[in-house]
Design a protein around this ligand. Structure first.
Ligand code: ZN
Ligand code: MN
Length: 486
């Protein structure tokens, strides 16, 4: 089935920016507070009130635009987009129409086969979010304007995605990027990111390509919903094409919602009437000029992007793509790992310590790994102790956990807890000799009974470890045993 058509998807994304205050007034941005407690004449849309641009919101936007390889406009302005809705008391949204602050970029996403795919960015502009209507009061509807005026970055991609997985990958990658940049918490459950895929199919028949009408799926806020709605739309559109032969024409774009319980898209508006938003420049706001000095200052805040870092961890440090992905899920962990490796620790060892122990501990405490009270130097020391065979891998975990509690030195903890492995070959050899002398039958089996050799060897190994009170380096014990039993 899949080979009979190509899925074509572009995304429109809205991202809440993590500024302290709203975009055009001084009201604080607080999620989940009592309704209408963070409002003022500006965000309530009172006549005569005047907006003032939040500089930080534009800087966060430009930083994101740069990370998305967009051209940043030296001159950008604000426009009024008129529509009437109870959660928009001004009856217009302040947005950017013909002169967005950035255009013509691209984002790289993991293609799933270890390579990257470039998805074009048509434009990114800044606007304000509306309030929120609620319909849980019986006969009444209510409006909460705490959200009104939240800075909202709108990003529009080219229709360059061809599978549901690619659409999901873009959404996840963008989340990682804005978190790395520190411009958004990008918490999907809090509605910090909302996605609207535009989906249609290109169907080849007798050397001709038929394009199905475009569906826009509104307001998705989970990665699963994004992927499933695209997959569902592809199937639905193909079935519809087989049945009706309907193809893409001007004005037959349809709007759908996603019913998560039924796992299907639901038609909202059949024919998108040509909207007349009556865009015009906002006379209350001055246009913004971004000069080179300002732009360069913002550029200096760019960091290595997560996907680049992930690829570097694979190519330079030899990690698996999976491990590199886990470490680059957040910037603090990625940089903590990178610092430890640059200080001389073995990459695979540190990766294991962080992914198997560090992230678990951090998760339990609700912090990031760099906030566990363990410095990268301590981690390097711990990794080196494990590499040298001074401690076992299990002991390394125990010490890591103890360090997170006491912040102590790994070697001291190892000594206190009796976790230092004995690697002194002379000492181990004498233990081995004792064990061999005491266990003639096992020695006999290990040497000349192929059926029982393995078991006998394990038994002797266990005896030596027991004699050393578990402190002998098992690698060395095994080497000496093997040598003596040849
Ligand atoms: Zn306000
Ligand atoms: Mn928008």
């Amino acid at each position: 089935m899949a080979s009979q058509y190509k899925i074509v998807v572009g995304l429109e994304i809205h991202v809440h920016l993590a500024t302290r205050t709203k975009i055009f007034c001084g009201c604080e941005l607080v999620y989940g507070d009592t309704a209408n407690t963070h409002v003022c004449p500006v965000c309530l849309g009172m006549p005569g009130s005047l907006p003032v641009m939040n500089k930080k919101a534009l800087e966060f936007s430009i930083l994101t635009g740069l990370a998305l390889n967009c051209a940043i406009a030296p001159f950008t302005k604000w426009d009024r987009k008129s529509y009437y809705y109870p959660d928009l008391p001004k009856n217009y949204q302040i947005s950017q129409y013909d002169l967005p602050f950035s255009e013509h970029g691209y984002i790289e996403i993991p293609a799933g086969d270890g390579s990257n795919k470039k998805i074009g960015i048509i434009r990114a502009h800044l606007e304000e979010d509306a309030g929120k209507n609620t319909h849980t009061l019986g006969n009444f509807s209510a409006v909460d304007l705490n959200r009104a005026g939240t800075p909202l970055l709108e990003i529009v991609t080219e229709p360059d995605m061809n599978t549901p997985e690619e659409v999901g990958a873009l959404a996840r990658e963008l989340q990682r990027i804005v978190r790395f940049l520190g411009v958004s918490e990008a918490d999907m459950q809090k509605g910090h990111m909302r996605f609207e895929p535009n989906v249609n199919l290109h169907i080849e028949r007798d050397g001709q390509v038929f394009k199905t009408p475009i569906s826009e799926v509104k307001n998705l806020n989970s990665f699963r919903a994004i992927e499933r709605s695209v997959a569902y739309e592809a199937q639905r559109q193909y079935a519809e094409f087989l049945e009706t032969g309907k193809t893409l024409q001007m004005g037959n774009k349809r709007t759908y919602g996603w019913d998560d319980a039924k796992q299907m898209t639901v038609l909202q508006r059949e024919k998108e009437e040509a909207h007349d938003y009556r865009y015009f420049p906002d006379p209350d706001l001055v246009p913004v000029e971004v000069d080179d000095a300002w732009l360069n200052e913002i550029k200096s805040r760019l960091c290595e992007l997560p996907l680049q870092m992930q690829n570097r961890f694979v190519s330079e440090y030899g990690l698996s793509d999976y491990d590199a992905g886990v470490l680059t899920a957040d910037r603090a962990t990625a940089e903590f790992f990178d610092t430890a490796v640059k200080l001389g620790a073995d990459a695979k060892r540190v990766c294991n310590l962080l992914t198997q122990t560090g992230l678990k501990l951090a998760n339990e405490k609700g912090v990031t790994v760099n906030q566990l009270g363990i410095g990268p130097e301590q981690l390097v020391q711990l990794a080196k102790m494990a590499d040298a065979g001074d401690i076992s891998a299990t002991a390394a975990t125990t010490i890591f956990e103890e360090m997170a509690v006491t912040g102590g030195d790994p070697m001291q903890i190892a000594e206190q807890k009796n976790l230092i492995q004995k690697s002194d070959t002379g000492e181990i050899e004498s233990l081995v000799d004792q064990v061999l002398a005491e266990n003639a039958q096992a020695v006999e089996d290990a040497k000349s009974n192929p059926k029982k050799a393995k078991k006998a060897m394990g038994f002797l190994m266990g005896q030596v470890m027991q004699k050393s009170k578990g402190q002998a380096n098992p690698k060395i014990v095994s080497q000496i045993l093997n040598k003596k039993l040849k």
